[in-house]
Design a protein around this ligand. Structure first.
Ligand code: AR6
Length: 180
């Protein structure tokens, strides 16, 4: 993981890496959070464990200011003890069969996270498969949306210069590879 770059596959400005996102030293890593911003399981739990209490403290301040983070939106904190400098917390949709606007909400997660990165002059961002764990979004459908949105954003914007898709397991890596 210290050498994640050498293990990653490259597709232009997009990289694909299979492993633990908390070990990735891009400018920002994206967290698959929930609207409370107070932590949880999955990648959210892993990021707060590895990043330490500073991240949660900033999340509490954001909550005090704006009352959490609606589905599809994103907020920025520092990375605490993580190798990444920042964490972009976005809230994916819960999968409900696909007729509750899930696809548009998931697309919003990618767009709003990338916009936040660009606004903060971040050059590299790593994404987990937002909503594809506890929230139950089908992995192939989610990867299609993720790749489409990132490609569209990179075409229109110089920043971030590169985006990493972090697949946690072999199946996830395979579905991203098909889309890329
Ligand atoms: N590195 C990279 N990917 C990971 C890691 C990791 N360390 N750990 C899990 N994944 P999930 P969601 C993958 O459940 O579906 C939390 O409780 C995992 O295999 O973390 O958006 C929040 O607080 C999956 O593909 O997020 C919310 O309540 C992907 O990350 C809720 O879960 C996302 O799985 C959000 O659910």
């Amino acid at each position: 993981a210290a050498n994640w770059r050498t293990d990653a596959q490259t597709f232009g400005r997009i990289l694909l890496y299979q492993g633990d996102i908390t070990r990735v030293d891009t400018d920002a890593i994206v967290n698959a959070a929930n609207s409370s911003l107070l932590g949880g399981g999955g990648v959210d739990g892993a990021i707060h464990r590895a990043g330490g209490p500073a991240i949660l403290e900033e999340c509490r301040q954001i909550r005090a200011r704006q009352g959490g983070c609606p589905t599809g939106e994103a907020v920025l904190t520092t990375g605490g003890a993580l190798p990444a400098s920042y964490v972009i917390h976005t809230v994916g949709p819960v999968w409900n069969g696909g007729t509750k606007g899930e696809a548009e909400l998931l697309a919003n997660c990618y767009r709003n996270s990338l916009r936040l990165a660009a606004e903060n002059q971040l050059t590299s961002v790593a994404f987990p498969g937002i909503s594809t764990g506890i929230y139950g979004y089908p992995k192939a459908d989610a990867a299609r949306i993720a790749v489409r949105e990132v490609q569209a954003f990179l075409k229109e914007n110089e920043l971030p210069a590169s985006v990493v898709f972090v697949a946690y397991d072999e199946e996830a890596r395979w579905v991203y590879e098909q889309e890329l």
